[in-house]
Design a protein around this ligand. Structure first.
Ligand code: SF4
Length: 205
């Protein structure tokens, strides 16, 4: 069983480009805001909304001093602006006062920052390895037999226990990409590179 899981992972890994990066923003605060904007929308929409925001409010201090309505107007294309605007303002105010969070734990004390956002930040800013268990990741991991839970935190824990640390970030990117493009909610098994091994493939059910 473990051998099959490892073979599936090796084959899937090999079928995706070496570099997969959805949000490439180098500045840590801007990266964090863009990831917050990406909740429940595409990365492309998040980047577009972030660009509109940064054009007028280029740093944490200026966003901290802006009104929620104004922030919301600029980020509206990313959706859920009534929730996202105050969270982005509060996180920016914290960073303006205290500097960038130095750990995932510190970050997760801020409003609207969950495990997934903290993992993205840790991986991007500190170069650490993190399991980023978003919806796509968990769906694909379950179908492949990497985990048997749909609970994101539990799935992330199981993956961390099951696979070596140096594979966590890469696996997060590959499973996310696979979930967006092939193993969608309605999976395109006929186009899948691990179809022959997947326990959930259209052939297996
Ligand atoms: S074979 Fe189908 S269910 Fe399995 S990973 Fe590929 S697309 Fe998903």
């Amino acid at each position: 069983m473990e051998n099959t899981v490892n073979t599936i992972w090796e084959r899937l890994d090999a079928s995706y480009p070496e570099r997969i990066s959805f949000i490439t923003e180098p500045d840590p605060w801007r990266f964090l805001v863009t990831v917050m904007l990406s909740a429940s929308t595409t990365d492309a929409q998040a980047v577009k909304a972030a660009s509109a925001l940064f054009a007028l409010y280029p740093d944490p201090e200026s966003v901290a001093g802006a009104g929620d309505e104004e922030i919301g107007r600029l980020i509206r294309s990313a959706g859920l602006w009534k929730t996202k605007a105050p969270r982005i303002r509060e996180v920016s105010a914290y960073i303006a006062e205290h500097g960038l969070p130095s750990s995932a734990e510190e970050l997760m004390k801020l409003p609207g920052i969950g495990e997934k956002t903290a993992a993205c930040y840790t991986e991007h800013v500190f170069g650490g390895n993190a399991v980023i268990a978003d919806t796509h990741f968990v769906r694909v991991a379950r179908r492949l037999g990497f985990t048997d839970t749909s609970d994101r935190a539990k799935a992330a824990r199981e993956i961390r226990e099951r696979f070596p640390e140096d594979s966590w970030s890469r696996m997060s990117m590959v499973l996310n990409m696979h979930g967006r493009t092939v193993c969608r909610p309605r999976p395109l098994c006929a186009s899948c590179p691990v179809r022959a091994l997947c326990p959930s493939s259209a052939d297996a059910v």
